[in-house]
Design a protein around this ligand. Structure first.
Ligand SMILES: CCCCCCCCC/C=C\C=C\C(=O)SCCNC(=O)CCNC(=O)[C@H](O)C(C)(C)COP(=O)(O)OP(=O)(O)OC[C@H]1O[C@@H](n2cnc3c(N)ncnc32)[C@H](O)[C@@H]1OP(=O)(O)O
Ligand SMILES: NC(=O)C1=CN([C@@H]2O[C@H](COP(=O)(O)OP(=O)(O)OC[C@H]3O[C@@H](n4cnc5c(N)ncnc54)[C@H](OP(=O)(O)O)[C@@H]3O)[C@@H](O)[C@H]2O)C=CC1
Length: 333
């Protein structure tokens, strides 16, 4: 009896799988029933969302603002009236970005060299910022380092490098600015960019997952402790958004991109402009009651990965009839 049931279930699984695969390949090539077409329902809007002038007379520091998502956030804040300071290791990259954005928006963008792993460099960077613009009203901790690597291949220095940039770097920038802001009785909005796997953990990016989880604990803790000084602390967890920095280190051959898009319910990657709009909102006075928030911004990828029955999306209506009939026939336990 048991063998008959197992046999029938096995045959059904085969039928379900092979017809799903046939349908998938007819619609979308070799894998992924759902990628592509549903993305038409979710077009990315690229223009700045907040009213122009929302950041007039405000100073914003964006770490890692020379490239990728940090650059997009800088462009949006600058367009909305902020005077921005971008800080990271590569001064030439920062200066090029600063000039490009300033020339488009008409608002000054300052480039300051800083390795966030070095607390002394961070302190000197904040001295420079104070001299250039005064203490910032908006701080976005966006700088990060990452690469995919089986954990058994990680050297102690590889671990230290990622955790120093992501967790210690964020802590050094946040504490240095926080202390000076408190001394000057000035409030500010702090935002940290983490990732969806800060919550779940993830193999093959273990130093990054551990450090980003630490950043989330840091920001939630300070949201509770430093509200009394006028500081808000929030977190955005982005899903996949194409940047050279991330994709060259996490999917160097491009082999995983299609499978990744297939599991995103909105059927596409995010765009830098979309996350820039969210970061601008969270950092603006429109969000002055938001603190301690963790905002997942991933097109639905996290819940899609988490639900153990989500693969049933590939079951066809005819197969559902068959499955339902089998389930209804079951009596007792
Ligand atoms: C499934 C498909 C996925 C596709 C895309 C998914 C998108 C979703 C993404 C989700 C989260 C993303 C999070 C991110 O943070 S993305 C941002 C990535 N950007 C960066 O990393 C930019 C900055 N990175 C760097 O500068 C370097 O990559 C760095 C290695 C992090 C730091 O550079 P540097 O200080 O120069 O460090 P070293 O080169 O001296 O290396 C230090 C140490 O680390 C070892 N190491 C370096 N690379 C690797 C590697 N690939 N594998 C193993 N180990 C590595 C290196 O050997 C050194 O150790 P040791 O001295 O012991 O040799
Ligand atoms: N793109 C994506 O899909 C996702 C990205 N994220 C997060 O978004 C943020 C931006 O990533 P993304 O734009 O994709 O990648 P990038 O590689 O473009 O950005 C990382 C930035 O961090 C700076 N940086 C690295 N190390 C240091 C350091 N020691 N000191 C100061 N700055 C440093 C780099 O500048 P420099 O080399 O000049 O120092 C670079 O500008 C990161 O926090 C990342 O974890 C999270 C989830 C998904």
């Amino acid at each position: 009896m048991a063998a008959r049931v197992v046999g029938r279930a096995g045959r059904l699984a085969l039928v379900v799988r092979s017809s799903a695969v046939r349908l998938q390949s007819r619609l979308h090539g070799s894998t992924g029933l759902r990628s592509g077409s549903q993305a038409n329902f979710f077009p990315p809007l690229e223009d700045a969302m907040l009213p122009s002038g929302s950041f007039n007379n405000r100073m914003a520091l964006i770490t890692g603002g020379g490239t990728g998502l940090g650059r997009a956030m800088t462009a949006t804040l600058s367009q909305l009236g902020a005077q921005c300071i971008i800080a990271s290791r590569k001064l030439d990259v920062l200066q090029r970005t600063a000039e490009e954005i300033s020339s488009q928006t008409g608002n000054k963008v300052h480039a300051v060299q800083c390795d966030v792993r070095d607390p002394q460099a961070v302190s000197q960077c904040v001295d420079q910022i104070e001299a250039l613009t005064g203490l910032p009203d908006v701080i976005i901790n966006n700088a990060a380092g990452n690469f995919v690597c089986p954990s058994e291949r990680l050297s102690p220095n590889a671990w230290k490098t990622i955790t120093d940039i992501v967790l210690n770097g964020t802590a050094f920038v946040t504490l240095e600015l926080g202390k000076r802001l408190i001394q000057n009785q000035k409030g500010a909005s702090f935002l940290a960019i983490t990732t969806i796997y800060a919550e779940s953990g993830s193999g093959f990016v273990v130093p990054s997952a551990s450090a980003k989880a630490g950043v989330e604990a840091l920001y939630k803790s300070l949201a509770a402790e430093w509200g009394r000084y006028g500081h808000r602390f929030n977190i955005i967890q982005p899903g996949p958004i194409r940047t050279k920095g991330a994709f060259s280190r996490l999917d160097p051959t491009g082999a995983f991109e299609k499978a990744m898009i297939d599991r995103i319910p909105t059927g596409r990657l995010g765009t830098p402009a979309e996350i820039a709009n969210l970061a601008a909102y969270v950092s603006s006075n429109y969000a002055s009651w938001m603190s301690g928030a963790v905002i997942r911004f991933d097109g639905g990828e996290y819940v899609s990965l988490a639900g153990e029955f989500n693969e049933l999306r590939s079951v066809t209506p005819d197969q559902w009839k068959l499955l339902e009939a089998m389930i209804r026939k079951t009596k007792g336990s």
